[in-house]
Design a protein around this ligand. Sequence first.
Ligand SMILES: [Zn+2]
Length: 191
Amino acid sequence: MKEWETKVCWNNVCLPKARAFSWLAGNRRILSGDCLRKMGFVGPFRCVLCEKAEEDVDHLLLNCEFAQEAWLFGLQRLNWKGPMAGNLCDWLDSWLVSGKPSTFATVWKILPSIVLWELWKERNRRVFEGKAENRQRFLIRLERAISELVSNAASHVNLAKVPFTQFDASFLLSWPLVKFRPVNGHLRANL
Ligand SMILES: [Zn+2]
């Protein structure tokens, strides 16, 4: 198993379909333009997110300006700043492993899978339904998806038992949609 697969795909918080998709994408087994071309399909396969480039895995899910905005949206809210690799595998490989379990670590862990999954869903909405979310609405959708997962994770026994740190509290100010509920007698902070 490749290192990024362990870091990104195997956790019990993110949606199974999102984790499965990130595995397929990292292994270049999704039906993006480049893969379809290899299978003998004739394009054109333009990126429907920007309409400016040919669609391939790295462009669609990482280098496209639409994708970049999605990644930066999540990363900036985690106070992370740094160069992003141009290749999806390298990018996922470079994903740092967070230390102790915490609310922050939970968001950090699920972010790659959920960004990839939401980008793919948006791509498919445009290709198959002819509908498009504008960037702002897409980012709201992404924030909701992440917040919902983290809120649900609060009921997960491992997260419910870890101390809620000051750091968690401050970074969660950037995630107003994340709600914690008292679970199994563990009263959580409602932010
Ligand atoms: Zn694009």
